[in-house]
Design a protein around this ligand. Structure first.
Ligand code: DHB
Length: 390
């Protein structure tokens, strides 16, 4: 059995990109249906990065019921550590902007509550399998729910916000058609019960590799250290994890506490070659992946859909295709800036397994150049806090 429905915009994926897009479209009076293969509980418990740019937090805070400014905490800077000393990068003073620590799962909880409260048609446990009539003016998302019942959504436009294994990307260009880079390391991440080890986030370069001391709340902290890409998250004891972290932040004592979650993050850079074809587009992780250093992932997803919502207003409210024709180029402008920033922070702070003495001294020279001049610190502050939306 297959049910058939019709809407203006079919959105595959109820992550940040899909949910924010449905909100922006609804504000403009455009109807959408969202499907996601996951349950609401699974989506709300996704552990991802915690740093949002000013433009992202402003957009989220404008949505009914958002806790962005109550649960979220403003951070006016970070500490860059190397050679045993810390150097503050003053975002507010250098770039006139800040970032906000607002964990992605908290943002997702708010977004889901707001969209469901507003009557959004959103269907969990529904997996998209293909897009039919992809080159026509009424493409159809073909999907199946957990009970095996089919669903077909015919729409004026289909948006793939369906992550790195995107079905919509396959319909546009073939799933591997893109620019790709892998890194010879990953991050070992933990969540622990402890007070913050510092007021601001610490990005630390050391001879043993990189560590990031981040936060979640006054009682829960998020920390990462550089590891092998295929590291086993269960292979280390808590004591070994603390030793690894402490060794990578020399000169700054970390406050330890019980570790209640651990994971290994892969490092990849990816940009799909084609973001839009006819009445199909991909956004967020379906369109690009960044390595985690600098936490650009969710920010880029929100920027993609902010621009796309404007383009879809042109198409669906005014029959004007020109904004849509310029969308991919506008989105890619920011995507490649963020790709460069994420790659740059990653390569400046990590120690590659095959790094020579030359590489190591050059890296310290680069770090001293960045912190040693206002121009260097400003370059970092502007990239980290993000370029203004729109
Ligand atoms: C976090 C993750 C990042 O990749 C980053 O650059 C900063 C913070 C985090 O999970 O808190």
């Amino acid at each position: 059995m297959t049910a058939a429905v019709r809407t203006q915009v079919a959105i595959v994926g109820a992550g940040p990109a899909g949910l924010v897009l449905s909100h922006l479209l609804a504000e403009a009076g455009i109807a959408s249906i969202i499907i996601d293969r996951r349950s609401r509980e699974e989506i709300e418990s996704t552990i991802r990065a915690g740093i949002l740019e000013q433009g992202t937090i402003d957009l989220l805070a404008s949505i009914e019921g958002s806790r962005a400014h109550t649960v979220g905490l403003r951070h006016d800077g970070i500490e860059l550590r190397f050679d045993g000393a810390g150097h503050r990068i003053d975002f507010a003073g250098l770039a006139g902007r800040s970032v906000w620590l607002f964990p992605q799962h908290e943002a997702l909880r708010d977004l889901l509550a707001a969209r469901i409260g507003a009557g959004q048609d959103i269907r969990f446990g529904v997996t998209a399998t293909t897009v039919e009539d992809a080159s026509g003016t009424l493409p159809r998302v073909v999907a199946v729910d957990d009970a095996g019942t089919g669903l077909e959504i015919a729409a004026d436009f289909v948006v793939g916000a369906d992550g790195s294994h995107s079905v919509v990307r396959r319909a546009i260009s073939g799933s591997h058609d893109g620019y790709f880079r892998e890194y010879p390391f990953g991050w070992f991440g933990i969540l622990c019960e402890a007070p913050p080890s510092a007021d601001e986030l610490i990005y630390s370069n050391s001879p043993d590799g990189f560590a990031l001391i981040s936060q979640r709340s006054p009682t829960v902290q998020r920390m990462y250290f550089q590891c092998a890409p295929d590291a086993d998250a269960d292979a280390m004891s808590d004591a070994q994890i603390w030793d690894a972290l402490q060794a990578r932040v020399p000169g700054h004592a970390l406050i330890e506490g019980p570790i209640f979650q651990r994971d290994v993050l892969r490092f990849r850079s990816f940009v799909a070659r084609t973001l839009r074809a006819g009445r199909l587009a991909i956004v967020g992780d379906a369109a690009h992946t960044v390595p985690p250093t600098g936490a650009k992932g969710m920010n880029l997803a929100v920027a993609d859909v902010f621009l796309l919502s404007r383009a879809l207003e042109g198409l669906l409210l005014r029959s004007d295709e020109r904004p849509l024709d310029g969308w991919a180029e506008a989105a890619l402008d920011r995507i490649w800036k963020a790709q460069h920033f994420s790659w740059w922070m990653t390569s400046m702070l990590h120690v590659a397994p095959d790094a020579t003495d030359f590489d190591r001294h050059r890296q310290l020279g680069e770090l001293r150049t960045v912190v040693g001049s206002e121009a260097g610190r400003t370059y970092l502050a502007e990239g980290y806090t993000g370029w203004p939306l729109g």
